[in-house]
Design a binder for this molecule. Structure first.
Ligand code: 7PJ
Length: 270
């Protein structure tokens, strides 16, 4: 018997971000040493994170992939150091997911390719009983921000997530273990991101818990007046997270855990 997603991650839950990469979106390199990443992950759980998302491959705009060996070299010591704490693995590689879930206790696979990146991924998730996040991305990280285009961005993202959910279920992953994510910043302009957040109820209407990651993303910095911004502030992140929660998000993927836990506790009470 597995616990349904909604029970394991009640609304709102916070996912803390631990990037073990030299070049993530917004916290470039701060956790590249395993001991720093482990300390950051532990602190996030102390501060109220429901889960800590450990990733060893950057998906920031313009980034190239890394090999399985390099990704494992980055994440394995961190997963070992966080053993016993609730951890997810941010990876598109089946072998990295397998090691994380089957050998090192990760409970959720966060695959930004939504099972399109590695044909072995669905089997790893199905067999392990892990939770799964399916995220929308237009294009691939290296080129996704060059000229993203949609007719109706919300309708297209919803249709994509519905199709990936059906694919995952057909591959043997129980629907009750899956959450969906519109993929803020993944092949989207500022206006696309805003439209997705304004109409997040249409993503929630697909019937699965929704995860939103907008923490420190460039859209926020651009809204604050810098057209070249590559990051956003904590205060801007918290505002976006609270409104995403109000519009139906269940899990907020964030860098500043304490601030989000406090703000979301108040938002939930109101
Ligand atoms: C997201 C992610 C997101 C999910 C990143 C960063 C960029 N995974 N991985 N959703 N963003 N599920 O950490 O700022 O929005 S990488």
């Amino acid at each position: 018997m597995t616990v349904p997603f909604e029970q394991r991650f009640p609304r709102p839950s916070v996912m803390g971000v631990v990037n073990v990469t030299p070049d993530s979106f917004s916290d470039a390199g701060v956790h590249f040493r395993p001991e720093d990443a482990i300390a950051a992950g532990r602190r996030m759980v102390d501060e109220g994170a429901a889960i800590v998302d450990v990733g060893g491959e950057s998906t920031r705009p313009g980034s190239e992939g890394v090999s399985v060996e390099e990704e494992l070299r980055r994440v394995v010591p961190v997963l070992e150091g966080l053993r016993g704490l609730p951890v997810s693995i941010d990876t598109a590689k089946a072998e990295v997911a397998r090691v994380a879930v089957a050998e090192l206790g990760a409970v959720l696979v966060n695959d930004v390719t939504a099972l399109r990146g590695d044909s072995g991924m669905s089997e790893v998730v199905a067999e392990s009983g892990a939770f799964l996040c399916l995220m929308h991305m237009q294009g691939a990280p290296r080129t996704m921000q060059l000229d993203p285009r949609y007719g109706d961005v919300v309708a297209e993202v919803a249709a994509f997530l519905e199709e990936r959910l059906a694919f995952a279920v057909a591959a043997g992953i129980p629907e009750e273990r899956i959450c969906l994510d519109p993929g803020i910043g993944f092949g989207k302009t500022v206006e696309h991101n805003l439209e997705l957040l304004r109409r997040l109820d249409e993503i929630a209407a697909l019937g699965r818990p929704v995860l939103v990651g907008i923490s420190r993303k460039s859209t926020l910095g651009r809204l604050l007046g810098d057209p070249q911004a590559r990051t956003g502030t904590t205060a801007a992140s918290v505002a976006a997270a609270v409104l995403a929660f109000e519009r139906g998000a269940s899990i907020l993927r964030v860098h500043d855990v304490r601030e989000h836990v406090e703000a979301l506790a108040v938002a939930a009470a109101l």
